[in-house]
Write a protein that binds this ligand. Sequence first.
Ligand SMILES: Nc1ncnc2c1ncn2[C@@H]1O[C@H](COP(=O)(O)OP(=O)(O)OP(=O)(O)O)[C@@H](O)[C@H]1O
Ligand SMILES: [Mg+2]
Length: 316
Amino acid sequence: MSLRVSNLSVEVEGIKLIEDISFECRRGERVALVGESGSGKSLAALSVLKLLPQNFRVSGTVNSGKRDVLKLKGEELRNFRWKEVSIVFQDPSSSLNPLMTVGEQVEEALVYHGFRGSKEELKNRVLELFRLVKIPMAEERINAYPHHLSGGLKQRVAIAMALACNPKFLIADEPTTALDVTVQREILSLLGELSKKEKIGTVLITHDMGVVEEFSERVFVVYSGFTVEEGRTKDVFKNPLHPYTDGLIKCSPSIESVKVKGELQTIPGNVPEPRNRPSGCPFHPRCKFKRKVCIERVPPLKTFKDRKVRCFFPLT
Ligand SMILES: Nc1ncnc2c1ncn2[C@@H]1O[C@H](COP(=O)(O)OP(=O)(O)OP(=O)(O)O)[C@@H](O)[C@H]1O
Ligand SMILES: [Mg+2]
């Protein structure tokens, strides 16, 4: 079973914020969606859960197993959201309610999604979830308010809440960006463990290639609303096919090969605003290998064995 997003596009007021994003995650698999700020990662995540406002036109397909997600409504959609796919956001301070204890919040989520049991059973389930996400002294912590907890512990509570209904897939949108480096490592290793132990397919959204290398088995690189490369993480790092992926790897200070060679680079220029997306390949203004055709036509996402790349002249 897999969660599959194909040819997703998102349009608002005549502007295509996302043009063509595809990615897939199998049960128990760890995948990463990576790209610079403004590339469309969060919008893609929100589209999968149908969390975008009504005036956003979403097209393409999202399948969870055989289910056609974009067609879900009402009760079916509510069940899909927590029982099949859950989401963890970047900043736990804004996803938790400051007026309720963290225990009450997880209890509320469980009851809202149909938990039937005594008060004691409910509390035990919350404790079980807190232990699953390795919150130390769980019995005391359930009575804490969010402001009593460190950023790392708050993110663990947010993850516990996302896991309350045993989802098959978890989308984590930059879950460690607001945390310091040590805590970031702990949260990533927790997500990795949960993915293996509980067979949760995890889509980690990040802009950090170091995080991609550490966490994921498969990676999808997005740029200006397009998926531009996909493949097994190991293969992509060893031999990136898209000049953008190559640039992302070379400008990441946390990657071993870059550290060894001491060649930290930058990719000149910025991700274009959706309303000013250039003609042809969206990366062409920043690409040192561009030719005439790159300015004229959008390259298709081509398959190379078990890899895909959206480039007329992929690196070899
Ligand atoms: N509500 C909105 N109205 C108009 N444009 C939007 C809206 N939300 C996002 N955008 C635009 O869509 C593009 C993609 O945004 P998105 O938030 O998905 O990027 P992202 O890849 O998650 O970036 P970041 O790494 O900064 O979180 C951006 O150019 C953004 O400015
Ligand atoms: Mg984002």
